[in-house]
Design a protein around this ligand. Structure first.
Ligand code: ZN
Ligand code: ZN
Length: 360
């Protein structure tokens, strides 16, 4: 039988644990546990032994015993409410722990309980693996992006974006449509920003009423199998004014240049620069007030970050957003955002909604 993706990830992690000089790793972050086991409950810990799955322990409490037998059939189960403490007691040898996720209080408890082990700080080992998505993960991301694409298309088609509606009404309908199209939950609080509100990068939907001539900026995402999608589209209601077309074309060109710079080996700040340069040369550098993009996966914002500073490099299998924006205070703003997979040749676009200016 072929390994499950989870068993494959645990095997990759073992190499990192051994390279960190440890005999085992105590994993306490729930997203990392989900990544390594498929477990979706709210309480668990994993003691990954560097030798193999036969000596690896998975702990959750009584509420999740049945669920964990389905989700994690291939690891020995420990049933204990204090999951991390129960596994710390069983740890032997040099045992790494996720020091960036553990509070000082938790550390002291674990340290006191781990009588047969020497606890060692090993931050970020699982996150290092999570940077590069496997095809199983990319499949889930593709489905999440497709749910968002389908929801937007249906919202436009049924006339859901029209003068007289409020930002909140549009947000609710968009989120319901994503659920209809297979999303388990919204990926984050949707941004629906009409008229001057579109100049606020992270505007929260209000009772503001959509009017003819407004920009409408929609930034939203779906979640499938725990993986998030992230997309922004900016539309115009009624008829686009000259300044709106100009602004849209500028951001669109920056988005194209930024996406074209996404390739293995690219330095993250250079990808940012590829898009930012277009906006700076047009004299709007100060009005592009955030980074170009971020990684997306089990978290809506994760590594790598595409920003003005950062010497990290991209690698095939990373998933990033490219989302330049220009925000003219009091008038309106445009952001266009896609989610892309870094591939050896050209990046794979996951968010497939069209990017020509849509006038509804
Ligand atoms: Zn977004
Ligand atoms: Zn984003």
């Amino acid at each position: 039988m072929a390994d499950s993706p989870f068993a494959t990830r645990r095997r990759s992690l073992r190499a990192l644990v051994r390279a960190a000089g440890a005999d085992a790793l105590l994993v306490t972050n729930l997203l990392n546990i989900r990544y390594l086991t498929g477990f979706t409950g709210s309480n668990a810990a994993l003691l990954l032994d560097a030798e193999g799955d036969e000596r690896t322990l998975f702990c959750t409490d009584g509420r999740y015993v049945t669920q964990s037998q389905e989700e994690v059939p291939d690891l020995e189960l420990v049933n204990d409410r204090a999951s991390a403490a129960a596994l710390a007691k069983r740890a032997k040898g040099r045992t790494g722990f996720e020091s960036q996720h553990v509070s000082v209080e938790q550390y002291e408890t674990l340290h006191a309980l781990a009588e047969d082990a020497e606890l060692a700080r090993t931050p970020g080992l699982v996150e290092r693996l999570r940077l590069i998505k496997d095809e199983h993960e990319i499949g889930a991301l593709r489905k999440a992006c497709a749910a968002a694409d389908a929801a937007l298309a249906q919202l436009i088609e049924r006339g859901g974006i029209r003068p007289g509606r409020t930002e909140r009404e549009v947000a609710r309908e968009l989120e319901n449509l994503m659920l209809d199209h297979g999303s388990a939950a919204r990926s984050f609080e949707s941004i629906v920003a009409a008229g001057p509100n579109s100049a606020i990068p992270h505007h929260r939907p209000t009772g503001a009423v959509l009017a003819t001539g407004d920009f409408l900026k929609l930034d939203f995402g779906a979640t499938v199998e725990g993986y998030h999608s992230d997309m922004t589209r900016t539309l115009v209601l009624g008829k686009a004014a000259g300044w709106q077309r100009e602004l849209y074309d500028l951001v669109s060109q920056a988005q194209t240049e930024g996406s074209a710079a996404v390739r293995p080996g690219a330095v993250t700040k250079d990808v940012d620069k590829a898009a930012r340069g277009v906006i700076e040369r047009a004299g709007h550098g100060d009005e592009f007030s955030h980074g170009l993009g971020h990684g997306v996966g089990l978290e809506i914002h994760e590594a790598p970050s595409l920003a003005k500073k950062g010497d990290g490099t991209l690698a095939a299998g990373m998933t990033v957003t490219v989302e330049p924006g220009v925000y003219l205070a009091g008038r309106g703003g445009v952001r266009i955002e896609d989610t892309l997979v870094v591939r050896d040749t050209v990046p794979e676009l996951l968010t497939l909604s069209g990017k020509d200016l849509v006038v509804v």
